[in-house]
Design a protein around this ligand. Structure first.
Ligand SMILES: C[S@@+](CC[C@H](N)C(=O)[O-])C[C@H]1O[C@@H](n2cnc3c(N)ncnc32)[C@H](O)[C@@H]1O
Length: 293
């Protein structure tokens, strides 16, 4: 199986000053790409993920590599990172990583409904204990609410048009699959949508995923809690893939000063070589902060 390729791996290991016998929290374990390299360096890692499938994949890899001795996993939401850390004996750590969003393995999973290139149930919940899925959002919100959600969470300039088309389509038949939604968006988008650069469903799917999983609220809750979980001199890195997450991270960095200082003035982005080898890295932005005291 092809696992998710860890993005900005060397830069993150460097920013977090990963070393033997230090302790780290990987708040977004995913397929374990970053955790595995931390473990190989002899550090101790707590890997958190809200998605059971990710935890299982990472555990399988870590066990196969004989790296389980220094690894602890926890299923949970990083919005409670401090509580999860304490419950697992990681009260104060040298470094914390947030690699936001979803992994390429999750895009391939049949029961998540994250991909607009596959026909699946329109779910999008990474955490199956959440009560509301993407189909619920699509079928229950008013046209105005839908347009606002799509615009606010993805900057989709056709948000109003798409919302109107979604409501017309769902009045005929409830929208329950990714393919149904994609069909509505494609038929409504102009033929030169974004000059063919991205698929017409890209932004709407992003907006729905963010809303279903409360992604912005989780990040907003997590960052100050993560800062409290760091040892003085410890660092936290946030790898984000869209402007709303990056803005939230930047604002946190500004509001948490003077206790928290950015390690770089500007976010670090992938090299051209990494983008060619892994196109998913193209929108990545890495911000790292150090806890001063
Ligand atoms: C981009 S992937 C991480 C990939 C990983 N660094 C690797 O190299 O394999 C993001 C992961 O974060 C998880 N995730 C998203 N939101 C979360 C949250 N609020 N709490 C915990 N995990 C979350 C997703 O389920 C996904 O597995």
């Amino acid at each position: 199986m092809d696992y998710h390729k860890p993005i900005l791996l060397n830069e993150i290991l460097e920013h977090l000053q990963v070393q033997k016998d230090r302790t780290y929290i990987d708040a977004t374990l995913g397929d374990g790409g970053h955790s595995i390299e931390m473990l190989k360096k002899g550090s101790k890692v707590l890997g958190i993920d809200v998605n059971e499938g990710s935890i299982n994949r990472a555990l399988y890899r870590i066990q196969n590599l004989g790296l389980s001795g220094n690894f602890v996993s926890a299923t949970g939401n990083f919005s409670k990172i401090d509580e999860i850390a304490r419950a697992h004996g990681f009260d104060q750590v040298h470094g914390i990583l947030f690699d936001l969003g979803y992994s390429s393995s999750q895009l391939d999973e049949d029961d998540l409904g994250l991909s607009f290139q596959k026909d699946q149930f329109l779910d999008m919940r990474l955490d199956k204990t959440l009560g509301v899925n993407a189909s619920d959002f699509i079928n229950a919100l008013s046209e105005k609410e839908l347009a606002k959600l799509i615009f606010d969470l993805s900057d989709e300039k056709y948000a109003k048009r798409f919302a109107k088309a979604i409501v017309e389509a769902r009045n005929k038949k409830k929208i329950q699959t990714t393919a149904q939604l994609v069909e509505v968006l494609v038929s409504e988008a102009p033929s030169n949508y974004e000059n063919g650069r991205i698929h017409p469903a890209t932004r709407t799917f992003q907006a729905l995923r963010i809303a279903v999983n409360n992604e912005l609220e989780n990040l907003r809750d997590a960052l100050p809690r993560a800062a409290r979980t760091l040892l003085p001199g410890g660092r936290m890195s946030v790898l984000s893939f869209q402007s709303l997450e990056d803005r939230l991270t930047k604002e946190f960095g500004q509001s948490a000063q003077p206790n928290i200082k950015p390690v770089n003035d500007k976010p670090v982005v992938p090299s051209n070589e990494e983008i060619v080898n892994n196109p998913r890295s193209r929108s990545a932005k890495l911000r790292t902060y150090e806890k001063i005291y």
